[in-house]
Design a protein around this ligand. Structure first.
Ligand SMILES: *Cc1c(COP(=O)(O)O)cnc(C)c1O
Length: 235
């Protein structure tokens, strides 16, 4: 199942790139494996998948320990400051930096481990109250301050678009994140590059690619529906 799904997603990514006259090489597919067992991840690895996304620190570190070390683990979920120390040297990219305090903690823990951590700034473009992320208007200030910190490198922006029936409804959200990245690039801030745009999930990644996504985070479309019942969490 995972193989076929991976192939379908790749084809859809290629088609979206064609529509937007983009090179598919510009788009990285992140397979979101949260709640999914290692066996399913192995199937994706056999297909050639390298980038995986998790939203919980413990699950990311657990899978990191078990699976091959050439994989790239993306922290895509809300990150508590007291857990930063467990992932600074394990996450290939942290997508969810939304406050200066969190950036400071990442910088501090990264210094202790002598690593530099690439991060994205999470922006709550749609201004949903239930979601994390900095407001569009506050993003530039946050980036200017965070850019001064050692051992952390800002590489782009991330957003989680609202859950909608018609993915077209999210097109303005993706367009706005792209525009924000263009505005920030024009400021030429030292140590800051916002080339990465992490946007688009199973429901809307094709629209996100048409609007400039360079990373799409696909879970259900690859691994199937998630089961959050207690029974499966015990495993
Ligand atoms: C779960 C999750 C995804 C993947 O969602 P699907 O709809 O299953 O593709 C993407 N991004 C984030 C931040 C997530 O938490």
């Amino acid at each position: 199942m995972v193989r076929e799904n991976m192939k379908t997603v790749e084809e859809k990514i290629a088609a979206a790139c064609r529509r937007a006259s983009r090179d598919p090489q510009e788009v990285t597919l992140i397979a979101v494996s949260k709640t999914k067992p290692v066996e399913l991840i192995q199937e994706a690895i056999e297909y050639g998948q390298v980038d995986f996304g998790e939203n919980k620190v413990q699950e990311l570190t657990g899978k990191y320990e078990i699976l091959p070390k050439n994989l790239r683990w993306h922290m895509i979920g809300h990150l508590q400051r007291n857990k930063v120390k467990y992932i600074v040297d394990k996450a290939a990219l942290i997508h969810s930096v939304d406050s200066l305090r969190l950036a400071e903690t990442i910088s501090m823990e990264a210094q202790k481990k002598n690593v530099t951590v690439p991060v994205l700034i999470e922006v709550n473009v749609a201004q949903e109250e239930s979601k994390f992320g900095t407001a569009c208007e506050e993003t530039l200030d946050l980036i200017e301050e965070a850019a001064k910190l050692p051992n952390i490198r800002i590489e782009g922006l991330m957003t989680i678009a609202p859950f909608v029936d018609d993915p077209e409804e999210n097109r303005p959200v993706f367009r706005k994140l792209k525009q924000l990245s263009v505005d920030i690039m024009e400021k030429n801030i030292n140590n800051v590059n916002v080339n990465i745009l992490s946007m688009g999930m199973t429901n809307d990644y094709e629209v996100a690619i048409e609007e400039g996504a360079t990373m799409v985070r696909v879970g259900t479309g690859i691994f199937g529906e998630r089961d959050y019942s207690p029974k499966t969490m015990d495993k």
